[in-house]
Design a protein around this ligand. Structure first.
Ligand code: NAI
Ligand code: MG
Length: 357
């Protein structure tokens, strides 16, 4: 029997509700697995409550503890008691960067029975993936603040973007390899090289170089502002969209919203070389406005669990989860954010009941 060790970090707000839902689905998948595989869970109580008690988001040796796991299953971090940049950098970004999870894969997937704000989605097959550079770019964490001594109004801040050839090339090759597995073999590069004449021009040059190695894959290069319009007006022309850290962060939220809700969007933070554990989490945050009410949509987290199973090589099991999600939304068991009245537990139970045997 193959055993997979998973570190669960539910963290804050609805992160706790949706990670519990994802675990329940994986328990059911394991129970139906005929003893071929098992998931060994360990849960870590890190997050904003932990910060209130210990003054840090995770312990000093926390990364060491995570290293031995096959994957990390993450909820969401952020709570009004801790400044967002402290909670995000202290936990999620710390894990992503320390474990070189340089590829963040965020499918924009339209579900049956979920109304999209795009009228086009009723009669057009829409399905694309945002591939986010997850280790550098605008979130490299380089910069500083100084000159506060000048007094009120005198302080300065520098926030630098970092673009390396290595970083650009590996995420672009990843995007092209992914495009080769899809029906439409196309990669759209998101740039802003008209205004950002150093980093984004390097990005464009690397894209052109990598594209030459994939003559069977169609390409385009689109400025980020035009791409945000294209997401709304011509999404049927997209298959794989590769973008820098900030641009992809914004565009993937737009994509989730177009598919109907942030609550249904899944994501994987991958270290493709497998030198470190990869991390799977819904795209959404801790949603303090609805946390604790039991009404959060668990589909983003459950879809992320399916991506984790793909990473484990359990592709058939991952596909069963995706089928169960689609059956559930199609039959009308939906949370409020996607036009239903069901709560988190009801949707989770329905997905478990709909798992194909
Ligand atoms: P958010 O994603 O938490 O919420 C945005 C909107 O989407 C809210 O109206 C919320 O109710 C709704 N929503 C989110 N998840 C949902 C779900 N599962 N079901 C139904 N509705 C859902 O983003 P917001 O409000 O900007 O940030 C809240 C906190 O989360 C902040 O502290 C922020 O820093 C943090 N955050 C953390 C992320 C992470 O850990 N990966 C990602 C994004 C934000
Ligand atoms: Mg985001």
């Amino acid at each position: 029997m193959e055993q997979f060790r998973i570190a669960a970090i539910p963290a804050d707000g609805v992160g706790r509700e949706v990670v519990a839902a994802g675990r329940a689905v994986l328990d059911a998948v394991e129970a139906n697995g005929g003893g071929r595989f098992a998931f060994a869970w360990e849960e870590f109580p890190w997050g904003s409550d932990f910060h209130a008690e210990h003054g840090v988001m995770m312990p000093e040796d926390g990364l060491e503890a995570l290293r031995a796991f096959d994957a990390i299953y993450f909820g969401a971090v952020g709570w009004p008691t801790v400044p967002d940049h402290v909670s995000l950098w202290g936990l999620r970004l710390r894990i992503c960067q320390s474990f070189d999870q340089w590829a963040n894969v965020r499918p924009v997937h339209f579900l049956p029975g979920v109304q999209s704000p795009l009228r086009k989605s009723d009669d057009t097959e829409l399905d694309w993936v945002v591939v986010r550079e997850n280790s550098e770019g605008e979130y490299a964490g380089l910069g500083g603040r100084n000159l506060a001594s000048r007094g009120r109004g005198g302080e300065v801040a520098v926030q630098s973007s970092l673009f390396t050839e290595v970083g650009c090339e590996r995420i672009m090759r990843f995007a092209f390899d992914l495009a080769r597995t899809r029906t439409r073999r196309k990669v759209s590069s998101v740039t802003k090289s008209n205004a950002q004449q150093y980093g984004m021009v390097l990005w464009d040059e690397v894209f052109a170089r990598v594209a030459a190695d994939y003559p069977d894959v169609e390409t385009e290069s689109v400025l980020v502002d035009a791409m945000s319009a294209k997401f709304v007006l011509r999404p049927e022309d997209l298959s794989v969209v590769v973008a820098s850290n900030l641009n992809a962060d914004i565009l993937s939220d737009l994509g989730s919203a177009l598919a109907g809700s942030l609550g249904i969007a899944a994501s994987a933070n991958l270290n493709p070389e497998r030198r470190f554990p990869s991390m799977f989490e819904p795209v959404h945050g801790s949603a303090p406005d609805i946390a604790g009410q039991g009404v959060s949509n668990p589909i983003g987290a459950i879809g992320s669990a399916a991506m984790m199973l793909d990473h484990f090589g359990l592709a058939a099991e991952a596909a069963r989860i995706r089928t169960a999600i689609e059956t559930t939304t199609a039959q009308g068991t939906r949370t409020r954010d996607i036009g239903g009245t069901a709560d988190t537990a009801e949707v989770t139970e329905a997905i478990i009941a709909n798992l194909p045997r």
